[in-house]
Write a protein that binds this ligand. Structure first.
Ligand code: GSH
Length: 257
C-alpha cells in the first residue's frame, strides 16, 4: 500500500468521517495500530491513543530481528501479525497528523524491521459519544512482517522462541524487555484480552531467566514514556504503568530517529 501521499490522496480510506476532528482543527490525520513495541514505545507524536482490536490476525513472535532487539549472530524475535480467519489481536491505535510520524515509522518498521504497511479495520474497546467513536470500526494502518523479508522466521515452538529471546540483545536493548513490556501493557491496559501465545512465551522466558539466574534489572532498560489511553474513559485503576497524557519528547533512543 502506497502511503507516501496518504494525506493528499483523496481515495484514501482515511476519509474525514474517521478523523473524529470534532474537537480538533480540521487537519488530515490517520490512525496507526500498534501490537508490539508500538504499544509501549511509539516513539512518534500522536494526538489520541485508544485501545481496541483488529480481526483476522493473531499476534506471533515469528519475526526475527537483527537490529533493535538482536544481532546477526544472535537474532531476536519480535511481534508480527499472522492471518487467521477468526483471529483477534488486541493493541492500541494512535491518531497521527502530518507525514512526520509515517516517515519515522517507515525507517523504524520497514527499513530496520522488515515490515510492510497494510491497513485494516480497528474496533475500539470503548465507544464514546464524547469522542464520536460510537464503537464502529474505522481504518488503521498497520506494520506487518512480510514472509519475504530477510528476517522472517516463521512458525517456531514457544520453547525455541524463548531461547532466542533470552539470548538476544540489540541496539534498543534486550529482547526480554521487548516481550515483558508488551505482556505488561496487555495485563495493565487490556486485562480481559486473551493472548495464549504471548503469555505462554512470557512464562517460558521468565522460567529460563530463573534457571539462568538472569536478574530482571539487567535486561530492562529505562521505563518508557507514559501514555494516556482512552482519555475519554474515567481512570479505571490506581495510576501505575501509564498515566499522564504527554506527547513523547524522546525519540526511539536506540535508533535516534
Ligand atoms: N509493528 C509492530 C511491531 C513493531 C516493533 O516491535 N518494531 C520493533 C522492531 S522491528 C521496534 O521498532 N522495536 C523498538 C524497540 O524494540 O524498542 C507494532 O505495531 O508494534
Amino acid at each position: 500500500m502506497d502511503i507516501e501521499n496518504i494525506f493528499e490522496n483523496d481515495e484514501s480510506p482515511f476519509d474525514d468521517q474517521y478523523n473524529n476532528n470534532e474537537k480538533e482543527e480540521e487537519i488530515p490525520s490517520v490512525w496507526v495500530f500498534g501490537y508490539g513495541s508500538l504499544c509501549w514505545n511509539p516513539g512518534f507524536e500522536f494526538t489520541k491513543c485508544i485501545t481496541g482490536y483488529i480481526r483476522g490476525y493473531v499476534r506471533r513472535f515469528w519475526q526475527g530481528n537483527t537490529t533493535q532487539r538482536g544481532t546477526l549472530d544472535k537474532p531476536g524475535r519480535v511481534a508480527t501479525l499472522v492471518e487467521e480467519l477468526e483471529g483477534i489481536t488486541w493493541g492500541c491505535a494512535y491518531k497521527i497528523a502530518g507525514p512526520t510520524a509515517l516517515d519515522y515509522l517507515k525507517q523504524r518498521e520497514c527499513k530496520l524491521g522488515g515490515y510492510i504497511v497494510e491497513y485494516t479495520k480497528f474496533y475500539p474497546r470503548i465507544s464514546s459519544s464524547d469522542y464520536r467513536l460510537s464503537g464502529e470500526a474505522f481504518p488503521v494502518l498497520l506494520y506487518i512482517a512480510s514472509h519475504e523479508n530477510d528476517q522472517w522466521v516463521g512458525e517456531e515452538t514457544i520453547a525455541s522462541l524463548a531461547k532466542h529471546i533470552v539470548d538476544a540483545r540489540g541496539s534498543c536493548g534486550h529482547n526480554i524487555e521487548y516481550l515483558l513490556r508488551l505482556a505488561t501493557f496487555m495485563r495493565e491496559e487490556l486485562p480481559d484480552a486473551q493472548d495464549e501465545h504471548l503469555f505462554e512465551l512470557e512464562e517460558m522466558v521468565r522460567m529460563l531467566m530463573s534457571h539462568r539466574n538472569i536478574a530482571l534489572n539487567t535486561v530492562m532498560g529505562r521505563a518508557p514514556q507514559r501514555i494516556r489511553r482512552d482519555s475519554f474513559e474515567e481512570p479505571r485503576r490506581p495510576i501505575s504503568f501509564e498515566f499522564t497524557s504527554r506527547v513523547p519528547e524522546t525519540r526511539l533512543r536506540c535508533l535516534n530517529i
